[in-house]
Design a protein around this ligand. Structure first.
Ligand SMILES: Cc1ncc(C[n+]2csc(CCOP(=O)(O)OP(=O)(O)O)c2C)c(N)n1
Ligand SMILES: [Mg+2]
Length: 329
């Protein structure tokens, strides 16, 4: 299948509104995270997803609640899309006991069995075999679930990624791998890391169904991911997609992002912003400016409430420092 063959989908106003609200919530939570970081309320690494929200929201919409999601360290958007609350995400960033990893994981390491969100890994590419492993378990038990693994364009240069897709295809595992090509791996643009700049083509080498698509509009993301998930669930084997996206902020909070081409960021914000595109679609479906403003106000209030919750939550109990680290002897 190529992108041109992906069937159209009908998305109604209520559905689109729900996706818009989720994207806006992710962005607002991360804007507050950036603020807290500069105030040194959040320490350590913090990689923001701002600009890429349509990918996580549209992709998760194509999953069932019990399908697994695995991702790398730029995870706040995926976590919220899959169902971890903004309170638990921000509290984790603040290192508080109420966080998604009890305050001991931080920005890069969150997980939730309840919503089948399996992290959260800092070693580039190392989590991709875990996605294949989850899909192996799904096939082995015949439970009908699909695993979805997100990775970056930089991670698509790693051996672990290639080994994982080799085995996933060999065993026809119910897995979807999504390379989020956001143009950069830290400060290195994709054309400086790889001769091929469409990472979905890595799938051709292992015989895996693959295609690339533009992932700025949440409806496009949903349409492509739905086709991929349906394929994986049908038992025909895994799919490798490249979602072309763009990150607005630096690699992490300590990166001033001086490596961008002149005007690149501005043109993406103007023409490819997932929130703006969804707003345009909603207006076409009859939503007024006042109705949209009410959504934005609601999102701001929810994010602020999560921020206050994180700030006021207790620190983890030092006596629990080694919990979740070693198995009980
Ligand atoms: C094995 C390994 N090598 C290098 C690093 C340092 N590093 C952290 S993030 C990163 C870039 C990865 O870029 P990409 O996969 O495109 O993801 P993005 O940050 O764009 O989401 C690198 C090289 C690491 N964490 N792990
Ligand atoms: Mg990247």
């Amino acid at each position: 299948m190529a992108e041109a063959d992906v069937p159209a989908v009908e998305v109604g106003r209520e559905q689109l509104l729900e996706w818009y609200e989720k994207m806006a919530l992710i962005r607002r939570v991360e804007e507050l995270a950036a603020k807290a970081y500069t105030l040194r309320k959040i320490l350590g690494f913090c990689h923001l997803y701002i600009g890429q929200e349509a990918v996580a929201v549209g992709a998760v919409a194509a999953l069932n609640p019990d399908d697994q999601l695995i991702t790398a360290y730029r995870l706040h958007g995926h976590a919220i899309a899959k169902g971890i609350t903004p309170k638990a995400v921000l509290a984790e960033l603040f290192g508080k006991a109420t966080g998604a990893a009890h305050g001991v994981g931080g920005s890069m390491h969150m997980a939730s069995k309840a919503v089948e969100f399996w992290g959260g890994y800092g070693i580039v590419g190392a989590h991709v075999p875990l996605g294949a492993g989850a899909a192996f378990a799904n096939k082995y038990t015949g439970d009908g679930r699909v695993s979805m693994t997100f990775l970056g364009d930089g991670a698509a240069q790693q051996g672990a990624f290639y080994e994982a897709i080799c085995m996933a295809q060999l065993w026809r595992l119910p897995a979807v791998f999504v390379v989020e090509n956001n143009y950069y791996a830290m400060g290195t643009s994709v054309d400086r890391q790889s001769y091929l700049t469409d990472m979905s083509q890595r799938g051709a080498g292992v015989g895996m169904k693959h295609w690339q698509f533009e992932a700025f509009d949440v409806v496009d993301v949903y349409r492509n991911l739905k086709a991929a998930v349906d394929h994986a669930r049908s038992g025909e084997g895994p799919v490798l997609l490249e979602a072309v996206t763009y990150r607005y902020r630096g690699h992490s909070m300590s990166d001033p992002a001086k490596y961008r081409k002149d005007g690149e960021l501005e043109s993406h914000r103007k023409e490819h912003d997932g929130l703006k595109l969804a707003e345009m679609r909603l207006k076409e479906l009859g939503m007024t400016d006042d109705e949209l403003k009410a959504v934005v106000d609601r999102v701001k209030a929810e994010a602020q409430e999560a921020y206050d919750f994180a700030e006021q939550s207790p620190e983890p109990d030092p006596a629990k420092l080694y919990d979740y680290t070693y198995a009980e002897p």
